[in-house]
Design a protein around this ligand. Structure first.
Ligand SMILES: [Zn+2]
Length: 121
């Protein structure tokens, strides 16, 4: 079942929801935090939910990652977020999305004030 990313326009909560293709567009989506229906689908990207292992589960030694690989960097950031048990802030989450989409960090950096996020690529 596809997983859709949403951002709540009211409280800025980023959440994911699983909807079947037939449900999507018909089922109202509510913010998981404040219950608002004023939610926005994020960046037109759909992940297929996998049962069992995911890419992240095979995540190993950070030092072994190729930091020139945007997807590896994104994977590392998601893993870090999971380890501390918190969602990434929405702006950083967008960066991770774009890294996963294969965009170069330099390109993303042009669009975003990265220094304010404390990120150092
Ligand atoms: Zn909300």
């Amino acid at each position: 079942m596809p997983v859709y990313d949403y951002v709540c326009e009211r409280c800025r909560k980023h959440f994911q929801i699983q909807l079947s293709y037939s449900e999507y567009g018909k089922t109202p989506v509510h913010c998981t935090q404040c219950g608002s229906e004023t939610v926005r689908r994020r960046i037109g990207r759909v992940r297929i939910a996998r049962s069992g292992s995911s890419n992240l589960d095979s995540f190993g030694d950070p030092d072994s990652l190729d930091h020139e690989d945007p997807r590896a960097l994104a994977s590392m950031m998601r893993s870090m977020s999971r380890e501390i048990g918190e969602d990434l802030p929405p702006d950083i989450d967008e960066v991770v999305d774009r890294l996963e989409a294969g965009e170069a960090p330099e390109e993303i950096e042009k669009d975003l004030p990265m220094e304010e996020n404390g990120l150092d690529f």
